[in-house]
Design a binder for this molecule. Structure first.
Ligand code: GLP
Length: 246
C-alpha cells in the first residue's frame, strides 16, 4: 500500500486523474469501476478539463459503477447512474455500450447481481477500482460486517450511511434502505486499486486502514495486502506520528 498525502484539492484531483489514466492505459479495453459521492467530483472535473484540452480517455476502455440504491432506475436523478452520467460519462463522451450501470430498479435483484458479475467476467475483470471511503469504513456499499467473499450483492444500508448521502430534493422519497454493490471479492480482485480519502469525517476509517490490521468492522481493511493499492488522502488526515501537518 502506498499513501500519497495531498496538501491541496487540485493536487489531489490531478493525482487521481493520473492514476485513473494509468489504469485505463494498462491494457486495451481496460475496465474500470467508478465511485460516486462528493470525493470524486474534482477527479471528474479534472478529466473533463483534460478532455477539453485534447487529452481524452482511451476510446475502447469500459466502465461500471461501484454501487447503486435499490429502487432507483438509471433515469432517476437521485441514482448513482444519473450522477455518473452527469459528472463523467456525458462530459467525457463515453459510448453507452462501453458502460454497465447497475439497475437498482431491476424486478429481480438476484438476477441483476448475476448480470453484473457476468459483465465483470466478460470484460476481463477490473483493471482498476476507484473507491471512496465511508465514514464507517465502507467501500462501495460493503458495510461493516459484510461478507468479504461476496461478489455483487444487495445490502441493507446503515443509518449512518443513509444519513451521509446528499439529501433528496423536496418532495422526493427519502434515501433508500438498501443498496446493490460490487462485493469485496470483486474489488480485491482488481489489478489496481485507488482509494480516495477526503474530509475530516473519514479520519477514523483511514486510521483503521493505516493501522494495517484486518478488521471486519472496517471493510476498508479488506484491502490490506493488495499488491497495488494507492491511497490518496488529504494531508490534514495525516496521523501525528507521520510528521507534517500537526
Ligand atoms: C457512498 C457511496 C460510496 C462512497 C461514499 C463516500 O456511501 N456508496 O461508494 O465512497 O458514499 O462518499 P463521499 O465521497 O460523498 O464522502
Amino acid at each position: 500500500m502506498k499513501v500519497v498525502w495531498c496538501e491541496e484539492a487540485a493536487a489531489f484531483d490531478r493525482a487521481a486523474a493520473d492514476r485513473l489514466l494509468q489504469g485505463l492505459h494498462a491494457r486495451d479495453k481496460a475496465f474500470v469501476a467508478l465511485p460516486t459521492g462528493r470525493t470524486p467530483l474534482g477527479l471528474y472535473s479534472e478529466l473533463a478539463r483534460r478532455a477539453a484540452g485534447g487529452v481524452g480517455l482511451p476510446r475502447r476502455a469500459r466502465y461500471i459503477n461501484l454501487d447503486e440504491f435499490v429502487g432507483l432506475g438509471r433515469g432517476d436523478p437521485q441514482s448513482y447512474a444519473a450522477y455518473l452520467q452527469r459528472h463523467f460519462l456525458e462530459p467525457a463522451r463515453i459510448d453507452a455500450e462501453r458502460v454497465y450501470l447497475l439497475r437498482g430498479d431491476a424486478p429481480d435483484l438476484a438476477a441483476e447481481c448475476r448480470d453484473a458479475d457476468a459483465v465483470v467476467a466478460r470484460w476481463g475483470g477490473l483493471d482498476l477500482a476507484v473507491l471512496g471511503l465511508g465514514e464507517n469504513g465502507h467501500i462501495a456499499f460493503n458495510e461493516p460486517g459484510s461478507d468479504w467473499s461476496a461478489t455483487t450483492h444487495v445490502v441493507r444500508l446503515t443509518e449512518q450511511t443513509r444519513a451521509s448521502q446528499a439529501p433528496p430534493p423536496p418532495g422526493a422519497p427519502g434515501v433508500p434502505e438498501q443498496g446493490i454493490t460490487l462485493g469485496i471479492a470483486t474489488l480485491r480482485a482488481a489489478r489496481r486499486l485507488l482509494l480516495l480519502v477526503r474530509g475530516a469525517s473519514k479520519r477514523e476509517a483511514l486510521a483503521a486502514l493505516l493501522r494495517g490490521t484486518v478488521d471486519p468492522n472496517w471493510p476498508v481493511t479488506s484491502l490490506i495486502g493488495h499488491p497495488d493499492l494507492l491511497v490518496l488522502a488529504d494531508a490534514g488526515l495525516r496521523p501525528m506520528e507521520d510528521g507534517a501537518g500537526h
